[in-house]
Design a protein around this ligand. Structure first.
Ligand SMILES: [Zn+2]
Length: 376
């Protein structure tokens, strides 16, 4: 479910995407508004009106979350932190940072601006609601605006919980980081608080469930589960980052990679290399280390099988791209982020068009677990 994203549009240069999980949540929101909240508060409207109000409420919530996330991204950009875009998923949005914030101050401002923008929308909607009541707007419009005021307030409060990686937890981490100048410690403390909050919400959810509030209980339980797993993952991420930062690619690479000659046929490539090694991509090399291109399984799919015997690797290979190459002096973190972006666990290491090695995710993880074990 996670990871299947649909691109929607670009705003201020940031790509806005939705995760498929959000579609399910959106349907649930529309449904619970149209069946539950609105009919119980506004008695004499038609069924059709309740559904229209439900859709309007969900769209309003969707726009509110984008507004919240866009402010995170704008402040991040202000501090020169690369942002990869905004993805709306199950419990709201995430602004995807390409890297960690550069300073405690940057992180604090970046974190706090999200809940502040939600509070701003809540107040604006509340104001519009008051105005609407005094000028006699229809109940249906007023109902949606009031719902948006309430839900944005709730969004601000939830995000302000000092539980990393929520905004409040990020702000807490920034303060701890500023005080002790130790990011790892600050992350450990704020993730532990996040974990605690997660477990608390899970227990609260179970309690609510058992005492009759089934739907509320399930929601609390799910949010608690999400929070505690996010807290764990964030702490692991920082450990990985700390362990790999400053380690050059050279340290992890294997210096005798499997290469193919441009002169062999595609059939030979498939039978003697792809079926034997199961790699997605092979460097094409002449004179033992001079790189002439890359060949991937993807390119082979476009060639009809009957031509495999005649066509050579040299005819099909393409230029190696920044998505599958890296330099030996580059930071290992950089290799990891290329792998995360492209989904490939293997990069070739090149130096001035010479092939010097191969770096794999597996080797990096092996190094990581050793290093973390030794430094415990
Ligand atoms: Zn936020």
């Amino acid at each position: 479910m996670f990871g299947r994203r649909i691109k929607l549009f670009k705003l201020f240069g940031f790509e806005v995407r939705i995760d498929l999980s959000w579609v399910i949540i959106a349907v649930l929101i529309v449904w619970s508004l149209a069946i539950g909240l609105f009919p119980s508060r506004y008695k004499n409207l038609s069924v059709q009106t309740y559904w229209l109000m439900g859709v309007a409420g969900a769209v309003g919530l969707f726009l509110s979350i984008i507004f919240h996330e866009i402010f995170h991204s704008l402040v991040a950009r202000r501090f020169g932190i690369a942002m990869k875009g905004i993805t709306l998923f199950i419990f709201g949005g995430v602004s995807e940072m390409g890297e960690e914030p550069t300073s405690a101050k940057a992180e604090f401002l970046m974190a706090i601006v999200g809940p502040l923008s939600s509070i701003a929308i809540a107040l604006a909607c509340y104001g519009i609601h008051i105005l609407g009541v005094s000028s006699g707007w229809p109940e249906s419009v007023g109902g949606v605006v009031q719902y948006l005021a309430y839900i944005n307030g709730l969004l601000a409060v939830f995000n302000l919980l000092p539980a990393f990686p929520l905004d409040g937890g990020r702000a807490l981490r920034a303060i701890l980081w500023g005080v002790r100048k130790n990011l790892r410690w600050a992350t450990r403390v704020s993730s532990a608080v996040g974990l605690g909050f997660g477990i608390l919400l899970i227990l609260l959810g179970v309690f609510q469930f058992l005492t009759g509030n089934v739907i509320g209980g399930v929601w609390l339980f799910l949010i608690g589960m999400y929070l505690q797993s996010a807290a764990r993952a964030s702490y692991q991420q920082i450990l990985i980052r700390k362990a790999l930062e400053g380690e050059p690619v050279r340290r992890f690479m294997k210096t005798d990679p499997v290469t193919v000659s441009p002169l062999i046929s595609i059939r030979q490539l498939v039978e003697e290399y792809i079926y034997k090694y199961h790699f997605q991509m092979f460097p094409v090399v002449i004179d033992s280390d001079k790189l002439v291109g890359c060949i991937t399984a993807k390119e082979l799919k476009e060639i009809p099988r009957e031509e495999w015997g005649q066509k050579t690797v040299g005819e099909v290979a393409t230029k190696c791209s920044p998505g599958n190459t890296i330099e030996p002096q580059a930071d290992a973190m950089q290799a990891l982020s290329i792998m995360a972006r492209t989904g490939s666990g293997r990069l070739i290491v090149i130096e001035e068009n010479r092939l010097v090695g191969v770096i794999t995710l597996k080797d990096m993880l092996k190094f990581l677990s050793l290093k973390l074990e030794l430094e415990k």
